[in-house]
Design a binder for this molecule. Structure first.
Ligand SMILES: [Zn+2]
Length: 204
């Protein structure tokens, strides 16, 4: 039973966007507290939400392989997906400032020559060099290939005559949950997280 309670459950926010994974134990607690509903599928693979009572009913009527918790009178099927009912954490999250996220924002293209590179062949470049007061922020750091980075060195864009192709800004996409794990632990997750990276980028 403890293994079943440690299974991963996909957490959706109120907009049905994936935000997290949690343990089945945590998911069940959220459902018991009324903070989340279970997302289940019917025979036609339509998605339905269930509160606690309706999920208990569904658990005893359906003949799924999915693990259940049983008491003497009831059984409670371990959910695969829950949707948060009370709050929506997504808008509060910001994209973490990191090397990987700068590369993603710049679409793995050197912002000086415009060529695409593997992450290992990219570098971070301070548009205004640090020794000239440039800060390490979304607005002053861009992806650069190593030759361009070397050529620009610690010169200002005007001095090097090298300007970023796109004005560096904080990304407008949001940090939706995604996983590289394939196959997905549950088929039912596919509807929500089988996004290619480019589709996670919202319009700019
Ligand atoms: Zn370059």
């Amino acid at each position: 039973m403890s293994t079943a309670l440690n299974r991963q459950v996909l957490v959706l926010n109120r907009l049905w966007q994936p935000v997290n994974l949690c343990s089945a134990r945590r998911a069940i607690t959220l459902v018991f507290l009324g903070h989340a509903q279970v997302v289940g599928t019917d025979a036609e693979d339509q998605y339905f939400t269930h509160d606690l009572d309706s999920w208990i009913q569904h658990s005893s009527s359906s003949r799924s392989e999915r693990a259940v918790i049983r008491s003497i009178t009831q059984c409670f099927r371990i959910p695969e997906i829950i949707v948060l009912a009370m709050f929506d954490r997504l808008p509060k999250k910001q994209v973490k400032f990191s090397r990987e996220n700068i590369y993603r924002r710049d679409r793995y293209a050197c912002q000086y020559c415009g060529e695409n590179f593997e992450p290992k062949d990219l570098n971070l470049d301070h548009v205004v060099p640090r020794d000239k007061g440039g800060r390490t922020t979304w607005e002053n750091v861009v992806a650069s290939c190593i030759p361009c980075n070397t050529r620009k060195a610690n010169k200002l864009p005007q001095e090097a005559k090298m300007f970023p192709q796109r004005d560096p800004r904080p990304p407008s996409w949001r940090p939706l949950f995604s996983t590289t794990e394939r196959p997905l632990p549950c088929d039912s997750w596919g509807q929500f997280i089988d996004l290619k990276e480019s589709e996670v980028l919202l319009t700019e």
